[in-house]
Structures are given as structure tokens and as C-alpha cells.
Design a protein around this ligand. Structure first.
Ligand SMILES: *Cc1c(COP(=O)(O)O)cnc(C)c1O
Length: 390
């Protein structure tokens, strides 16, 4: 049996896949098992932040694999220690807690917020406000946190204590914030929800409300973080500082890592035995993340992400058949006049462009080091595909 047949026979059917088996890649280019070439503007959902098999990243990861591949969290290791130091020095945060994915990073943030509240106010102050159209993960608790009704099916009972407010409607957040509320959890740009950029006024008003009521503001940076929106973290675009953030996707450059970071107020909330994960802070994964952070935290690199994002959005807006384009940095949603994003994505893949969707939009999350000529090529393939469909 070939790869696709094996997958269909032996892997649970949790994804509708494109009809392609990828086998290799370099930079923004991927190859399938037949050697066909694809330009990739999806980076494995914003994961391969430096593209496929970046030389420096490969060197960092293989060096660590040859030296020591895993230690339990009962021992110290320099890779997570240095990664945590870098992230704290680059931000206002004080401490890091490692995990292996975005959902787990959010689980950790939820635990930190609830324990802070429990320690200070006692039991019962445990509600968390999240937003409609948010996405926070696939565990039973992060499904609960996700403000989309279609995610709240089958797997009952879901974790209690989540309330959903309208994005960009401050009154709806205020109406839910009471003496049971311990946290507000938001994405500053909702990724899976359709690349919805929150209003700066709204985000700032939520920050102020949280300050007044000692409510923990958690920003989910799983998709928006690590340079994706032209800043190291997306909240910087909104001139606020959260109490807690989570990140994952682009952090490891293609290896599974997540983390949550907290400010001074929360730095001593977690104590031995309150949280843990066998694989978290894995040295190889952290070596990849250290390389990614060293590369993308550079001001010039982040400026280029902004410039390339503006260049790409501008080209997309001019395409015949494109209704609107939204995004920040290299996180981009494209609304089509025919509202047929999924069909166009499938045809783009046939035409050699790996692209994904978010709700009814096409979504681009290209490697952050994509070149201008690759951007031109991607727009050309998309344009050809849209025109062929007319
Ligand atoms: C992808 C995503 C998650 C879940 O991350 P996993 O690594 O798939 O668990 C959580 N929050 C946001 C905003 C995401 O985009």
C-alpha cells in the first residue's frame, strides 16, 4: 500500500487531507513523493517559521540530538534554561513553563490563573471569559475555552467555568466580569476564527478592566507569536502587556513545543507538583526554539516580516476575484468574491501552492523568511487558480 492508502487504513480519520504526500523540502519549497514541487505559504500552520530544513536550525537540532536527546524535568538542562532566559529578557515576563503544544500551553495558563485566584480569594472565583470565534485547542478544557458552539459537541461533560463574550464588544466582556471571574483569555488576532484582528481600543479596555478587578489577562499567542505579526509577540501591536501569554506553533521551527510565560504577580503561583509534563522542555526541541528565537528576535528580521506582509497584502488586494484581505505581518486572510476558499485552496495545491483556509477565508502563514520573489510566485499561482475557476 502507498502512503495515502496506509493512512486511510490505519490512521484515525480526524483530518480532511489534501491529496498530497509530502516527502521533503527546503526553504519555502516542498516536494511530494513523486518529486513534484510546491511553494508553501502555510508552513505547516505557521510552524516552520524558518521554512523547511533551514541550515542553522538543522545544525542546532542535530547537534543536540547527538549530544543528549532527553532528560527528565528532575534534572537541569542548559537548552530550556537559556531559552527561558532569552524569552524573559526579550519581554516583560518573569517565568516560563514548558509544554509540548498550544493546547497544553493554554491548559497551563488556565491552571496558573485559577490557582492565583484560589490562593488569594479562595474557592469559587474560577470563571474565565473567552471570545466568540476564538480557538484555544482540542483538549476537553481548551475546547470549552474555544468560543464556537460547533466545538462543544460529542465529548460531554466539558470543563465548566467558561463564558463567551463578543470580540470587539467591550460591554459584553464587562457584563460577564463579576466576582467569580478569574481570567480573560483572548487572541489579539483570531487565527482559526478567520484572521479577525481585534480593535486596539477593545484590547486596551479589556486590559484596564482586568487591572481594576485583579482579573488575569491571558493572551493566546500560539498562532500570532514568534514574529508572525511582525513583532516578537502580537500583543505588542496593541500597546498592552498581558499577565500571561501562551505560545507554540512557530516557536520550535517545526518541533513540538509550547510554553506559557507569566509576569511578576504570577511568578510564584506554581510550585512543585502543581504542573508538569514528561516531554516538556526537551533539549532537542528547545535547541530548535533557541535557534528560532535568536534568528527572529532581530529587529531587522521583524521589520522585514512587516514589509513582506504589507507587500503581500497589497498584491493580493489587487487580484481580480479577491473581495478583501486582512492580517498583520505574515498572518493573512483572503476573502474571495465567490466565497469558495476551500475549493480554491484544493486547486492551488494542484497548481503547486500549499495554502490553507480559516473559516471561509484563504489563509497564508508563509515562512517568516520567505523572499519577495517567492511572494510574487505565490500570488501568481493564486491568481492563475482564481482566474481558471471563473
Ligand atoms: C493552533 C492553536 C492552538 C492549539 O495548538 P495545538 O498545538 O494544536 O494544541 C491554540 N490556540 C491557538 C490560537 C491556535 O492557533
Amino acid at each position: 500500500m502507498d502512503t495515502k492508502q496506509l493512512d486511510k487504513q490505519y490512521i484515525m480519520n480526524t483530518y480532511g487531507r489534501y491529496d498530497v504526500a509530502l516527502a521533503g523540502g527546503k526553504g519555502c519549497t516542498a516536494f511530494d513523493e513523486n518529486g513534484k514541487k510546491y511553494l508553501d505559504v502555510s508552513s505547516g500552520i505557521g510552524v516552520n517559521s524558518l521554512g523547511y530544513c533551514d541550515d542553522g536550525w538543522v545544525e542546532a537540532v542535530t547537534h543536540q540530538a547527538k549530544t543528549l536527546q532527553h532528560v527528565s524535568n528532575y534534572f537541569f538542562h542548559e537548552q530550556p534554561s537559556k531559552l527561558a532566559e532569552k524569552l524573559c529578557n526579550l519581554t516583560a515576563f518573569r517565568k516560563v513553563c514548558f509544554s509540548n503544544s498550544g493546547a497544553e500551553a493554554n491548559e497551563c495558563a488556565i491552571k496558573v490563573a485559577r490557582k492565583y485566584s484560589f490562593d488569594k480569594y479562595g474557592a469559587g472565583r474560577n470563571e474565565i471569559i473567552t471570545l466568540r470565534d476564538s480557538f484555544h485547542g482540542r483538549t476537553v478544557t481548551t475546547l470549552s475555552a474555544t468560543g464556537q458552539d460547533n466545538f462543544h459537541t460529542y465529548f460531554f461533560p466539558f470543563t465548566e467555568g467558561f463564558k463567551y463574550a463578543e470580540a470587539n464588544n467591550f460591554e459584553s466582556v464587562k457584563a460577564l466580569a463579576n466576582n467569580k471571574t478569574c481570567a480573560v483569555l483572548i487572541e489579539c488576532v483570531q487565527g482559526e476564527g478567520g484572521v479577525n484582528i481585534l480593535d486596539k481600543d477593545f484590547v486596551q479596555a479589556v486590559r484596564k478592566l482586568c487591572d481594576e478587578k485583579d482579573i488575569i489577562l491571558i493572551v493566546d499567542e500560539v498562532q500570532t507569536g514568534i514574529g508572525r505579526t511582525g513583532k516578537l509577540f502580537c500583543y505588542e501591536n496593541f500597546d498592552i502587556t498581558p499577565d500571561l501569554i501562551t505560545c507554540a506553533k512557530g516557536l520550535g521551527g517545526g518541533l513540538p513545543i509550547g510554553l506559557c510565560m507569566c509576569n511578576k504577580k504570577l511568578e510564584n503561583v506554581m510550585q512543585p507538583s502543581t504542573h508538569g509534563s514528561t516531554f516538556a522542555a526537551n533539549p532537542i526541541v528547545c535547541a530548535g526554539a533557541n535557534y528560532v528565537i535568536d534568528t527572529i528576535s532581530d529587529k531587522d528580521f521583524l521589520n522585514e516580516v512587516n514589509k513582506k506582509g504589507a507587500y503581500l497584502r497589497d498584491k493580493l488586494e489587487k487580484l481580480d476575484g479577491v473581495k478583501s484581505v486582512r492580517g498583520l505581518g505574515l498572518m493573512i486572510g483572503i476573502e474571495l468574491e465567490k466565497n469558495n476558499a476551500h475549493d480554491i485552496a484544493v486547486k492551488c495545491v494542484e497548481n503547486g501552492l500549499l495554502i490553507i483556509t480559516a473559516k471561509n477565508l484563504l489563509r497564508m502563514l508563509p515562512p517568516l523568511n520567505i523572499s519577495y520573489s517567492e511572494i510574487d510566485e505565490a500570488v501568481e499561482i493564486l491568481n492563475t487558480t482564481i482566474q481558471e475557476d471563473k
